[in-house]
Design a protein around this ligand. Structure first.
Ligand SMILES: [Zn+2]
Length: 277
């Protein structure tokens, strides 16, 4: 029986391959991922420079796709008059599958010394403008939120039905995951799902409807058990998949099939690969 089963495959839907922490090592990291069954990696942008590096990596490695965007903690470094044109230019590249990561972050203090209200208002302007960009380009958006779930929800209500969004590194509980997925949004789970004390996330993993959740590493951050505290890389998404299968009481094959289908549809990956082949 076992010999007839194909090896489960996975997509790391959120990694930062352009991170300085991976400099000069991306080829090895991508091949270690492939050896663990992680065939596709969506490499996420956090500012313009980083987004451009992701686009270059996507054209170099067949299994790498890119997202481009300005992270809420980078908004002070970006020229508000020109960044949307720069992003639009990058997003037109064939292997760009999303705008992200974008959103709000109320955890980190203002990075430019401005008053907190000014900083948050600037974050929201960038968030909304990039959601508009995603809509105009027919791309989904990858959402970052930290200590501002209600504020992010309020913004996203204006875009439900207009832009497909995934709440990355979802760390709410069962009720929260039901609420956001009922609104037509997606979530993705990181290595936090493998942490023994992350009971809220465990409940969210169980409650998430099939077709509405994906897997990610957020590499180089958030390594799952047994690598917790070390540098994370896309190959590790397999450990998160194993824990998610455990929590949901299903096989690793079933998690692979469900999350591959969801990621393929969410990021329209089949169309992308067809268009470049
Ligand atoms: Zn990230």
């Amino acid at each position: 029986m076992v010999s007839e089963m194909t090896e489960p495959v996975f997509t790391d839907t959120h990694a930062h391959l352009a991170s300085r922490q991976f400099e000069g090592e991306v080829a090895e990291i991508v091949s270690r991922a492939a050896a663990a069954g992680v065939r596709r990696i969506v490499s996420i942008g956090s500012d313009l420079e980083d987004s451009a590096r992701n686009v270059a990596l996507a054209s170099e490695f067949p299994g790498v796709l890119a997202a481009v965007g300005v992270h809420p903690t980078s908004v002070h470094e970006v020229d508000e008059d020109t960044y949307l044109d720069a992003l639009r230019f990058l997003a037109a590249e064939p292997k760009v599958v999303a705008i992200g990561e974008i959103g709000l972050d109320f955890y980190h203090p203002p990075q430019d010394g401005s008053p907190v209200e000014v900083w948050r208002t600037r974050q929201e302007r960038f968030f909304r403008a990039q959601l508009e960009l995603a809509e105009s380009m027919g791309l989904p958006a990858v959402i970052h939120q930290r200590e501002c779930a209600a504020e992010v929800d309020a913004v996203l209500r204006d875009y439900d039905g207009r832009v497909r969004v995934v709440l990355h590194c979802f760390n709410g509980g069962a009720a929260a995951v039901r609420d956001v997925t009922h609104r037509g949004r997606w979530v993705s789970f990181t290595g936090i799902a493998t942490f023994p004390k992350a009971t809220e996330v465990h409940e969210a993993v169980v409650a998430a409807p099939e077709g509405r959740f994906m897997l990610e590493t957020d590499a180089p951050y958030l390594a799952p058990v047994p690598y917790r505290g070390k540098r994370c890389e896309p190959a590790h998404v397999r450990h998160t998949a194993e824990r998610v299968a455990d929590l949901r009481g299903c096989s690793l094959q079933a998690i692979s099939a469900a999350t591959e289908r969801t990621a393929t549809e969410f990021f329209r990956m089949s169309e992308i690969y067809k268009s470049i082949s």
